[in-house]
Design a protein around this ligand. Structure first.
Ligand code: 13P
Length: 253
């Protein structure tokens, strides 16, 4: 069965002391869930990654980056390679988060290169997909999600895709307090799983984990996780409070 996977995306929040404090609190609290079958990761801003890796070293919590570049090295001012992230102890890498798609302007093609580079470089990508409010209102959710999944995974074999986690994050639910209902999340997760079955095979579709993200809080986490195809949660705002993040992890177990 698919082990629940909860990840915290700190986005461009925290400073040095608050990153340390948050990581230390999460490490301390995570002792209580150490023997449970759940995967947990946090994704701090680049500049605090190394320090957070150090704090979480003896815990069961993994660290991920929020972004990366696909080229291995060279004249790419301001970019961070997969091997650099691996070097400092990262396990995961977010790819195609909606803020990178819609604020920074990342394309499906670029995101695909990042997913491929992450897998080939030994990091586990979390490919984020999801529709805008106008797209949902125009009944285009399935069309958008299909494009994000197909283009994001283009050129990858089933074996390579088994390293990927998909995060369904409807853009209208991110940071808005508007959560998709558990039923809405289930419908899209079920759709994505069937799509993966068509693109690859049933075995892969059954094994791949699909997280939900968008205003996940301690009081809605359990209901979202009760849905058959919701395998985990990608948490923004609530992952900045250790108590809330731990409560969400407990709700996911
Ligand atoms: P919020 O939980 O703040 O809505 O953010 C979700 C998200 O974008 C996680 O990647």
């Amino acid at each position: 069965m698919r082990e629940p996977f909860v990840a915290g995306n700190w986005k461009m929040n925290t400073d040095g002391p608050s990153s340390m404090d948050l990581a230390e609190r999460i490490a301390l609290e995570s002792v209580g869930i150490a023997n449970q079958s759940v995967t947990v990761a946090v994704c701090p801003p680049f500049v605090y990654l190394q320090a957070v890796v150090k704090v979480l070293k003896s815990s069961s919590i993994a660290v991920g980056a929020q972004n990366s570049y696909f080229e291995p090295k060279g004249a790419f001012t301001g970019e961070i390679s997969i091997s650099m992230l691996k070097d400092i102890g990262c396990t995961y890498c977010l790819c195609g988060h909606s803020e990178r798609r819609h604020v920074i302007g990342e394309t499906d093609g670029l995101i695909n290169q990042k997913v491929i580079a992450a897998i080939n470089g030994g990091l586990l990508p979390i490919l984020c997909v999801g529709e805008l409010l106008a797209e949902r209102e125009a009944s285009k959710t399935e069309e958008v999600v299909t494009r994000h999944v197909k283009k994001g995974l283009a050129g990858l074999s089933a074996e390579k895709v088994s390293a990927v986690t998909i995060a369904y994050e409807p853009v209208w639910a991110i940071g808005t307090g508007l959560t998709a209902t558990p039923q809405q999340a289930q419908e899209v997760h079920d759709f994505i799983r069937k799509l993966l079955g068509q693109m690859y095979d049933e075995k892969l579709a059954e094994e791949i984990r699909i997280q939900y993200g968008g205003s996940v809080k301690p009081d809605n986490a359990e209901e979202l996780m009760s849905k058959k195809d919701v395998d985990g949660l990608l948490v923004g705002g609530a992952s900045l409070k250790a108590d809330d993040f731990i409560a969400i992890i407990r709700a996911a177990i």
